[in-house]
Design a protein around this ligand. Structure first.
Ligand SMILES: [Zn+2]
Length: 470
């Protein structure tokens, strides 16, 4: 609309308030289908109940203060799983149980990295998950700083016997994380004896970020660690000035035999079609630094609280809502695979799977993957979340934990979407603690998940099946 026309229309509307009311009513009638109307009242009750307390934040604080971080194979994780199952029973949910999954058991051990030449200085580092350790005395070699895989290829002749440092500034996770996962084997193929990685995240108070690496079968397994962005920049500057830098890396990391762990499962059994299931959840494990508050204690707690709010309000939907705390997202996805394998026969009855694993900051809405027909319905449901500003439905409803079942069953899938500005600042770091999260934002996450899940589980017609498997 041209500015003058817009001004004219605006003045017309100002002159005729009745016209505005009529216009709004017409727009409302056009966009809101009749089946949605009965959900306005329960949705507003859920929003009010979920945002009237700080239960989610308090529970996350209790979880992370009590058990600390929860790497797969650790006693802390097993204790947290037992606690969660007991608490869910106390919450009065149905069918509370654990479902076993074998998980990898990687341990970090003692570790450090130091510049030894030209003058001793320590580096802020964290070994990468799944890395092999060094010999007890460590690996000592001159560094070769490169800015990309291409850059490494161009300096291949200089890499043999060196510690290759990938100094790749963070753009987005997808683009940058390949240096963490594939960098060690790329460096090893060029003859490197160890690899250091600029942490995958924006610069932030000299904090290294861990995360999993993936060794290729065709390369020697060399030890690999992340260093802070500041330290990577320092090594870069020294190399650019022509200074030869020698680093010693000592890592006690080792991979022990798999151990048995478990997913935790609890249902709010549907009143009419209990066999049809909407799954919500997050992952119980975390990295072994910080407290795993944002990743993904928060996702576990907000989905859990969503179920508690519905129970408290006596809102038992037509279909079952199932809460799953998946185990071992960080270094194996064994929980997600175990859920798929155990429930293969019932996947056709899975209406939707929703994961919260992108942090529990201010919610914006959801990512959704599924058919166009299902998306149109989800868009309608999301309008009920306008009061808390969480009514956006974007693309990309995947999640690592729900992925195996979603792909096997070609299921509609959803991910809670939040304001992710600060996510990668603390992701996989010692700084992932509950104080970084806001109680009111977490309450809004609970509200968004509870409303969306309740309506999808209760609508007269089932959400159209079919997903793109992503
Ligand atoms: Zn996660």
């Amino acid at each position: 609309m041209a500015p003058i026309e817009r001004a004219r229309t605006a003045s017309l509307l100002v002159l005729c308030p009745a016209l505005i009311v009529l216009a709004l009513a017409l727009v409302g009638a056009q966009t809101a289908p009749a089946w949605l109307e009965p959900y306005r009242e329960p949705a507003s009750r859920i929003l009010a109940a979920a945002t009237s307390n700080t239960d989610a934040w308090q529970r996350l604080a209790e979880l992370t203060d009590t058990f600390g971080n929860r790497l797969s194979g650790s006693p802390q994780l097993e204790a947290a799983i037992r606690w969660a199952a007991a608490e869910m029973k106390a919450d009065g949910f149905d069918n509370v149980h654990t479902e076993p999954a074998m998980v990898p058991h990687w341990v970090r051990g003692d570790e450090r990295a130091d510049i030894v030449q030209p003058i001793p200085q320590s580096l802020a580092m964290l070994g990468l998950g799944n890395s092999v350790g060094t010999p007890p005395g460590g690996v000592q070699a001159e560094t070769l700083v490169v800015k990309s895989f291409d850059d490494l290829q161009q300096h291949k002749d200089e890499a043999a016997g060196r510690i290759v440092v990938f100094n790749v500034p963070f753009t987005n996770y997808g683009e940058t994380v390949v240096y963490r996962s594939d960098g060690p084997s790329q460096a090893a193929r060029a003859g490197a004896v160890a690899m250091l990685l600029r942490s995958v995240g924006p610069p932030g108070l000299r904090t290294p970020h861990t995360g999993a690496l993936r060794y290729g079968d065709d390369a020697p397994k060399i030890p690999a660690a992340a260093i802070s962005t500041e330290d990577a920049d320092q090594l870069q500057r020294m190399q650019d000035r022509g200074t030869r830098v020698t680093v010693r890396l000592v890592m006690g990391a080792q991979m022990l035999p798999d151990v048995e762990s478990a997913n935790v499962v609890a249902d709010l059994t549907g009143r009419e079609r209990p066999e049809e299931v909407v799954v919500i959840g997050g992952h119980s494990d975390s990295w072994d630094v910080g407290r795993g508050a944002m990743d993904d204690g928060g996702g576990c707690i907000v989905t859990w609280e969503a179920l508690r709010v519905l129970k408290r309000l006596n809102l038992r939907p037509r279909r079952t809502i199932r809460l799953v705390l998946f185990v071992n997202e960080e270094n194996g996805t064994r929980g997600g695979m175990a859920y798929r394998d155990r429930h293969t026969a019932e996947l056709a009855n899975h209406v939707l799977m929703l994961e919260s694993d992108s942090g529990v900051f201010r919610p914006l809405g959801f990512g959704f993957s599924g058919s166009d027909a299902a998306r149109a319905i989800v868009n309608q449901v999301a309008t009920l979340l306008r009061p808390i500003g969480a009514d956006r439905v974007g693309q990309g409803g995947g999640g690592t934990d729900i992925g195996p079942a979603v792909q096997a069953g070609k299921l509609p899938a959803m991910a809670l979407e939040v304001d992710g500005t600060r996510y990668f600042l603390i992701h996989h770091t010692p700084a992932d603690t509950v104080d970084k999260l806001d109680p009111a934002d977490m309450a809004r996450c609970v509200a968004a998940i509870a409303v969306m899940t309740y309506v999808v589980a209760d609508m007269p017609e089932r959400l159209p099946a079919g997903g793109d498997g992503k």
